[in-house]
Design a protein around this ligand. Structure first.
Ligand SMILES: NC(=O)C1=CN([C@@H]2O[C@H](COP(=O)(O)OP(=O)(O)OC[C@H]3O[C@@H](n4cnc5c(N)ncnc54)[C@H](OP(=O)(O)O)[C@@H]3O)[C@@H](O)[C@H]2O)C=CC1
Ligand SMILES: CC[C@](O)(C(C)=O)C(=O)O
Ligand SMILES: [Mg+2]
Ligand SMILES: [Mg+2]
Length: 337
């Protein structure tokens, strides 16, 4: 089925400019949405618990910070940008008691609606604006006059105007400069989880670490291995981003292209594709969501152990040393762009 893609000309910015928006959370996505909404002329306040370490960052940017309950009570559109595993508690304690007829609840990812962790009442709009990129780059691209593509979805259209509202919000954070695609909560959640697990984060990180291990275990210098499998990956992916895999293949040598064509399918073998299908199945049938919610409830023992193991991987020390010598590479992530 053909998708619908919207651009700035299709969006009416005045719709979101006429709303009182509360952004709950001020992390990667929260800071990007809040600052760009404000820069687009939207009345925005931030909801964070007393004692949250994000409070100072938001206040430094001149944003008004209230508790999540106060922000929800004041606003008529509440965008929930707290961690997925915490959202149901924030919803129950702070948002639900403050919902009024005609309010809108927005999400940056469909996890809690798709897996029935949050069940909003019938008298509010329920919609999603999900940028297809990390929050710090969502903000950086907005500041640079560009935008990160975004998905919008409407789960519940109490007002009859929820799609136009979501599109207006997406335009205010720069999404409609690049393209806004209409989807469903289910499609966004399942594709987003699959992408981050199998390709963008899980797949890419494991590919890089394994390539580094194979080279260094064979006696090659870690610095050469780092440049080969991590640093240069960005340059290769930049070509894909600009012109697809065909552009990348045009720019590399024919020796590289022959290796790409004949060896790539041996690395990403049919067994890897089968494993990807299994991962997708666990997302679709809710296995992954149940596992992640239980892991969080248990205090994240496995998450913490694996994160630490990743931080200790030898590629990290090698990379730090080399990036420190390239001033333009380790661009600090700031709270503004
Ligand atoms: N990271 C990304 O780029 C993307 C994220 N998303 C989605 O956006 C949402 C937010 O993710 P992300 O930006 O990564 O989150 P982060 O972990 O970066 O930030 C979470 C924010 O929520 C705050 N927070 C924690 N607990 C509460 C609470 N009880 N009440 C209010 N605020 C709270 C945190 O404050 P404190 O400093 O106190 O911990 C922090 O400011 C998720 O749904 C995610 O799936 C979607 C697309 C991309
Ligand atoms: C790729 C990871 C992501 O889905 C994102 C930045 O889009 C996330 O959840 O952070
Ligand atoms: Mg994503
Ligand atoms: Mg995600």
């Amino acid at each position: 089925m053909a998708v619908e893609i919207f651009y700035d000309d299709d969006a009416d910015l005045s719709i979101i400019q006429g709303r009182k928006v509360a952004v709950i959370g001020y992390g990667s996505q929260g800071h990007a949405h809040s600052l760009s909404l404000r820069d687009s002329g939207v009345d925005v306040r931030i909801g964070l618990p007393e004692g949250s370490k994000s409070r100072a960052k938001a206040e430094e940017q001149g944003l008004r910070v209230l508790t999540p309950a106060e922000a929800s009570a004041e606003a008529d559109l509440i965008m929930i940008l707290a961690p997925d595993t915490k959202q149901r508690f924030i919803y129950e304690q702070d948002i639900a008691p403050n919902l009024k007829d005609g309010d809108a609840i927005f999400f940056g990812h469909g996890f809690n609606i798709r897996y029935d962790l949050i069940k909003p009442p019938a008298n509010v709009d329920v919609a999603m604006v999900a940028p297809k990129g990390p929050g710090h780059l969502v903000r950086r691209q907005f500041v640079d006059g560009k935008g990160v593509p975004a998905l919008i979805a409407v789960e519940q259209d109490a007002s009859g105007n929820a799609q136009a509202l979501a599109l207006s919000y997406a335009a205010a954070i720069g999404g409609a400069r690049a393209g806004v695609i209409k989807t469903t909560f289910t499609e966004e959640t399942e594709t987003d989880l699959f992408g981050e697990q199998a390709v963008l984060c899980g797949g890419a990180s494991a590919l890089v670490q394994t390539g580094f291990e194979v080279l260094t275990e064979a006696g090659y210098a870690p610095e050469i291995a780092y440049f080969e499998v991590l640093h240069e990956l960005k340059l290769i992916v930049d070509l894909m981003y600009e012109g697809g895999i065909a552009r990348q293949r045009y720019s590399i040598s024919d020796t590289a292209e022959y290796g790409d064509l004949t060896r790539g399918p041996r690395v990403i073998s049919p067994a890897v594709k089968e494993e990807m299908k299994k991962i997708l199945g666990e997302i679709q049938d809710g296995t992954f969501a149940r596992e992640w919610v239980a892991e969080d409830e248990a205090g994240r023992p496995n998450f913490t152990k694996l994160e630490e193991q990743g931080n200790q991987h030898p590629i990290e020390a090698t990379g730090k040393k080399l990036r420190d010598l390239m001033s333009w590479v380790d661009r600090p992530i700031t709270e503004t762009a």
